[in-house]
Design a protein around this ligand. Structure first.
Ligand SMILES: *Cc1c(COP(=O)(O)O)cnc(C)c1O
Length: 371
């Protein structure tokens, strides 16, 4: 359809900076230096400063960033890691890949974030860490979660893959715990032109260990102190990310504008919308996930498709009902809130440069479906 509204359009974001991006790519191409060089160093410095922490280590992707933090915290086989029941599967897989067991804690319906009041009941003698996820770009309520971690002597980390630039009580996500894991998958709020990720932390020893683990466990060339992996950020992606980083706040502000518009224009009482920013929470709306009850979600998605509007469900099957986690023996009904999200959530388009007219068309179509 001519006037299709895509779920995400890179054009408005990339078109004005194509020359800057191309120049960065050309610079790397002509440097004949492609892995972990000056470009990676420059981006690591810039991103650490942006988040407000001392250290940033560029890695291969977001999944690796989470895994590497957990490994650097000496978490492994036999250990349990608390994660939200409603997140992208990468959060849980990161724990699984290092031999630990993910333990799912249900979210708060209104925020989609892990419910601090449900964490303690899942803590056992094997629990070693909590990995929160700032899902949809809304920062979790970190104060009560930090108190629980301290009380039970648990390590605390953040999966920030959807929350670049989001703030909780004046501090950026990634700076709210011992370490933050970022993904720069192209569709994230800050995205590379391929796979990329980063770990941010104030802890110099943790940063060093992540850096070594991500490079075959090597501290000095051909000297291996850990059984590490290969998960390095490359110069091309780092150069692109350095070009894009200064624009991130402006891009995020535009998402906030669009969210505000949706909140005003979607009037169908059947639709629950993401919470607005408040004094403590400045979300960056990586996605705008509405909730549609009573079995109407799939029909709404189909209707919007007919109207030329693309949507995505985050996520159609909760992790505990995936074949990958059949071994956890969590049957349907075991995590009702995660299941409720899977059955009712629908993410409608939100991206930098979406016009008022496009936002109105989406909102009108949602309202019309329920009229
Ligand atoms: C995207 C995402 C990841 C994984 O990032 P990759 O770079 O694709 O590995 C992890 N957690 C969450 C919440 C994500 O949205």
């Amino acid at each position: 359809m001519e006037n299709r509204i895509p779920f995400l359009d890179f054009g408005p974001m990339h078109d004005p900076i194509r020359e800057e991006i191309d120049a960065a790519l050309l610079r790397v191409s002509h440097s004949d230096y492609y892995i972990r060089g000056a470009e990676v160093e420059a981006f690591e410095r810039a991103f650490a400063d942006y988040i407000g922490v001392k250290h940033c280590v560029g890695v291969g992707n977001g999944l690796d960033a989470i895994q590497l933090i957990l490994r650097a915290m000496d978490i492994g086989p036999g250990d349990e890691v608390i994660v939200p029941s409603n997140t992208y599967i990468a959060t849980a897989l990161a724990a699984s890949f290092i031999g630990a067991t993910p333990v799912f804690v249900e979210p708060v319906l209104e925020t989609a974030e892990i419910d601090p009041d449900r964490i303690e009941e899942k803590i056992t003698s094997s629990t070693k860490a909590i990995c929160v996820v700032h899902l949809q770009g809304r920062p979790c309520d970190m104060d009560p979660i930090r108190k629980i971690a301290e009380k039970h002597h648990l390590r605390l980390m953040e999966d920030c893959a959807q929350a670049h630039g989001a703030m909780y009580k004046g501090r950026k996500t990634g700076a709210l715990s011992e370490a933050g894991a970022f993904s720069f998958y192209p569709g994230k709020n800050l995205g590379a032109l391929g796979d990329a990720g980063a770990v941010v932390t104030d802890d110099a020893a943790l940063a060093d260990k992540v850096r070594y683990l991500a490079n075959y466990g090597s501290d000095v060339k051909y000297h291996h102190i850990y059984k590490g992996v290969n998960s390095r950020l490359d110069e091309m992606q780092a150069a692109v990310l350095t070009v894009k980083l200064p624009y991130l706040d402006g891009w995020n502000a535009d998402r906030v504008r669009i969210a505000e518009k949706y909140r005003a224009l979607i009037t169908a009482p059947q639709v629950a919308q993401p919470l607005p920013p408040d004094a403590d929470h400045q979300p960056v709306y990586h996605v705008y996930g509405i909730r549609v009850p009573d079995g109407k979600r799939n029909a709404l998605a189909a209707y919007l498709k007919e109207q030329g509007i693309d949507t995505i469900m985050h996520y159609p099957t909760p992790m505990h009902l995936q074949g990958a986690y059949a071994d956890l023996n969590l049957p349907k009904g075991a995590l009702p809130l995660a299941e409720e999200f899977s059955a009712t959530e629908l993410s409608i388009p939100i991206y930098y440069g979406m016009t008022d007219e496009q936002v109105k068309r989406v909102a009108d179509a949602v309202n019309a479906f329920f009229a």
